[in-house]
Design a binder for this molecule. Sequence first.
Ligand SMILES: NC(=O)c1ccc[n+]([C@@H]2O[C@H](COP(=O)([O-])OP(=O)(O)OC[C@H]3O[C@@H](n4cnc5c(N)ncnc54)[C@H](OP(=O)(O)O)[C@@H]3O)[C@@H](O)[C@H]2O)c1
Length: 294
Amino acid sequence: MTILVTGAGGQVGRELVMRAGRRALVGLDRSQLDITDAGAVAAALSARRVRLVVNAAAWTAVDRAESEPNASWSVNRAGPAVLAAACAAVTVPLLHISTDYVFDGRSAVPYDEASAVAPLGVYGRSKWAGEQAIRDALPDRHVILRVAWVFGAHGGNFVRTMLRLGQEREALSVVADQYGAPTHAGAVATALLSIADRYGTEAALPWGTYHLSGTPVTTWHGFAESIFAEACATGLLARAPLVHPIPTEAYPLPAPRPANSAFDCTLIRARFGIEPPPWMAGLREVLNTWKRTS
Ligand SMILES: NC(=O)c1ccc[n+]([C@@H]2O[C@H](COP(=O)([O-])OP(=O)(O)OC[C@H]3O[C@@H](n4cnc5c(N)ncnc54)[C@H](OP(=O)(O)O)[C@@H]3O)[C@@H](O)[C@H]2O)c1
């Protein structure tokens, strides 16, 4: 079964390619396949006799999306629409990744798949529209996996930023009133590959929308303290900086963030046997990778 991965140069895309093992998986980065180009997408599907598509491509510059909404809408809404239409034309399923930013974060309890969406910014609205485009074009042949707070060894993310700041400064301030669960890009890739494998053996899946994030829930401040402790233990940092907790208002950004991004991951566990991955293990894996290559 040939699996096509789009956005293969991104955090999750690269992990999908690296974890493919013996699967027939073709990863194409943006320079090789633009998901908004309908002709190129159709050609990529037919030329390789693709049996399943995983879309790891997205516009993830959350703050820039506020000033460049067209770019966000093009990649996050039009792109999935193009992919879903191409998949529908050749009866191929689409596994797609979405985000906690479809929620406003005002819930006091973890969000499940039935929770009402209310995106706060351009990125979240464009990702929600992308989800809807897939449900419309490919109603009975998609899995939408919403993830949150993704970090990995490749690409820009919170762990990389914290490590750089920790090397430059003796103290820094980090937001302590936004709650969520960091999710290792490798664990997202592993989950998607196991869903793909199940399709390979059963030729069907419990289609629909699922939540997956790491465990346990923390804050950005809590995550930063763990990053510095582990970076010291790994030898990437000589000394942990002081991490002052601050409220969201003290660190204004162009795009509003959900205050609560915690996911209820019951459904993916029940239907696919996929457990929320402990983020500490993923963090250690990333830091050890950087240590080996530093
Ligand atoms: N990062 C997070 O914290 C987070 C949180 C929740 C959900 N998610 C979702 O998780 C998924 C994967 O995110 P990620 O962190 O792996 O993102 P990422 O590292 O930014 O990777 C996205 C990739 O998509 C590529 N891309 C952009 N426009 C494209 C186009 N038109 N055609 C093909 N490829 C295109 C980008 O290429 P260029 O780099 O060349 O532009 C990049 O390599 C996304 O759906 C994202 O919305 C991410």
